[in-house]
Design a protein around this ligand. Structure first.
Ligand code: AMP
Length: 286
């Protein structure tokens, strides 16, 4: 496994044989089984696998969040080596954003609601860094987790709009046995908060149960989720949503499919989770 820092080093490693296909897994490090599920899928579907590890400062809209974000590169490298990864790009900030940097990629409507409304500038940071990763590595497949449902929609939009020559592959959410979606941020939770964090998947599952029982009213589904989260004293709702899975517009009245999603502060840690009803995830991956 080669571990490199500069754009030139990535290109040199990438182009040893132009006929090999590459899969890319972009990450911010502090890897867990969620990230590794993407790596394994990439390993199975490509000749070579590249993983980027970069805590991207321009996608954080709160300085405290960036400072608190966990980092453990040495541990990550051990995990990636064990998965048979070929190339790790762990750039310093000045490789990604050399002095004088002034070019940004900005996707419009679909970045406005949900995460975009709560975290101004977040997706502009994400699409800018991902566009650069795509340009430098030139993968055939790029792997993203359904955990960040809006991110997937935004990246697919960017790939379509700008004509990147690659396929976006979306992988299912990996959870702890008790339902908590794996996240690097879970490390920041105290024991009590870890327990309280279960409220997200509990609320989503309750709404899904109602859906299975025939409930189709979007506001009713939101109200069910809201009531469950509000009953948890350590949790504070950022948003609770039942939105169209493609446009991400909030749904009103009766619906035949929905992306149920939420962002909830548990203590000072912001957790997100989601679930799709009405469509199989596979339909959306198409
Ligand atoms: P991050 O390091 O948080 O930027 O995540 C890197 C990639 O891993 C993103 O595509 C995430 O959606 C994905 N990911 C993070 N957590 C999970 C999870 N629990 N299950 C599946 N994919 C995940």
């Amino acid at each position: 496994m080669q571990v490199v820092k500069t754009v030139e080093e990535v290109r040199a490693a990438r182009w040893t044989d132009p006929y090999l296909t590459w899969g890319l897994v972009p990450t911010m490090g502090t890897l867990h089984e969620g990230h590794l599920s993407l790596v394994r899928r990439a390993r199975a579907e490509n000749d070579r696998v590249a993983v980027s590890v970069f805590v991207n400062p321009i996608q954080f809209n709160r300085r405290e969040d960036l400072d608190a974000y966990p980092r453990q590169l040495d541990h990550d490298l051990g995990l990636l080596e064990a998965e048979g990864v070929d190339l790790v790009w762990a750039p310093d900030e000045d490789q990604m954003y050399p002095s004088g940097f002034q070019t940004y990629v900005s996707v419009e409507e679909i970045t406005q609601p949900l995460e975009g409304a709560s975290r101004p500038g977040h997706f502009r940071g994400v699409t800018t860094v991902v566009a650069k990763l795509f340009n430098v590595i030139e993968p055939k497949h790029a792997y993203f987790g359904q955990k960040d449902a809006q991110q997937v929609a935004v990246i697919k939009q960017m790939v379509r709009d700008l004509g990147f020559n690659l396929a976006v592959v979306v992988c299912p959410i990996v959870r702890e046995p008790d339902g908590l979606a794996l996240s690097s941020r879970n490390l920041l939770l105290s024991l009590d908060e870890r327990q309280a964090g279960l409220v997200l998947s509990r609320a989503l599952n309750a709404a899904r149960d109602e859906w299975m029982g025939g409930q189709r009213d979007a506001e009713h589904l939101r109200a069910t989720m809201r009531a469950i989260v509000e009953a948890e004293p350590l949790a504070r709702i950022d948003y609770i949503s039942a939105a169209d899975p493609i446009t991400l517009r909030e749904l009103e009245g009766s619906t035949d499919h929905a992306l149920l999603s939420m962002a909830v502060f548990v203590g000072s840690v912001r957790l997100i989770d989601n679930l799709i009803v009405g469509y199989g995830e596979a339909d959306l991956r198409a």
